[in-house]
Design a protein around this ligand. Structure first.
Ligand SMILES: N[C@@H](CCC[C@H](N)C(=O)O)C(=O)O
Length: 270
């Protein structure tokens, strides 16, 4: 039996989206990893599932899975894609996405750009989480990164070049991060613009990481490096991030439908 899916991307961070609103699909971690495989599966940075929302006011319950089969509490680029998809399906330009990190209101502007309210950053060591009660503004690692949770764990290194990118995997697995972490390398160009590369937990280096961009701006503001509205240039394109006065982080950027397809889930090991 064939199952439909959508293939979308946000600045080259690409997603396979399965709609489970009319019935659960047999998506085990092993099968998710097989489907996400770049050569043996459909291939994606994250696999996303949609279920009926159970929170009041929410339109859809969204879950995010990395290509290693692990689940993530948040994914900024996929959130924009799902908001765009809901708009295309229903005409609702202000869908609310229920996620494990809370309900995220979205807005699709007339020019097609999608803004998602990614919620409040969490800066306490237990919230990220870290292994020990440490100062999250300056962790005891070479390069002294800052840590924050945007619903998923992030550490941001402020760098002059991207030569540390190859250390991303080792840093993701550093014992300081009991749930592992997404590792960002931010090069601040001026108070309203930075370049960012992210080694994503469970996925490796991607063309863009939305929650990583939010984390980088939050950490840069905490360090006094940028203003609260900042453009983040990733390999796949630019996101506008605003850490608003109400403490919520607003992320704006594109969301693109690549294609729709069908797949025989039973052909992938579970
Ligand atoms: N691509 C994402 C983040 C996906 C989840 C991440 N790898 C994690 O494990 O937390 C984004 O755009 O935010």
């Amino acid at each position: 039996m064939l199952t439909s899916f959508y293939k979308m991307h946000g600045l080259g961070n690409d997603f396979v989206i399965f709609d489970e609103r009319t019935g659960h699909l047999p998506l085990t971690p092993v099968r998710i990893a097989a489907l996400a495989h770049r050569r043996r599966g459909i291939g994606c940075d994250q696999l996303v599932t949609l279920r009926p929302a159970c929170a009041e006011g929410a339109d859809v319950f969204v879950r995010f899975f990395n290509p290693d089969g692990s689940e993530a509490g948040a994914c900024g680029n996929a959130s924009r894609c799902v908001a765009d998809l809901i708009w295309r399906q229903t005409g609702n330009r202000t869908p609310v996405l229920q996620t494990r990190a809370g309900c995220l209101p979205a807005n699709i502007a007339p020019d097609g750009l999608v803004t998602v309210d990614m919620g409040e950053p969490q800066t306490q060591w237990q919230q990220i989480p870290l292994s020990d009660p440490l100062d999250t503004l300056s962790l005891p690692l070479v390069g002294s990164p800052a840590a924050v949770s945007m619903g998923n764990p992030h550490a941001t290194f402020f760098v002059d070049d991207f030569s540390m990118l190859s250390q991303g995997s080792a840093l993701e697995h550093d014992p300081l991060f009991p749930d592992r972490a997404n590792i960002g390398f931010a090069l601040v160009e001026n108070p309203t613009r930075m370049r960012l590369k992210v080694h994503e937990r469970g996925a490796g280096v991607t063309e863009a990481c939305g929650s990583g961009a939010c984390a980088a701006v939050v950490n840069a503001v905490r360090r006094g490096l940028v203003e609260r509205i900042c453009e983040v240039e990733l390999d796949g394109g630019v996101l506008r991030i605003e850490w608003a006065a109400n403490n919520h982080v607003l992320m704006t950027g594109s969301a693109t439908m690549a294609f729709e397809g069908t797949v025989d889930l039973a052909a992938y090991a579970s």
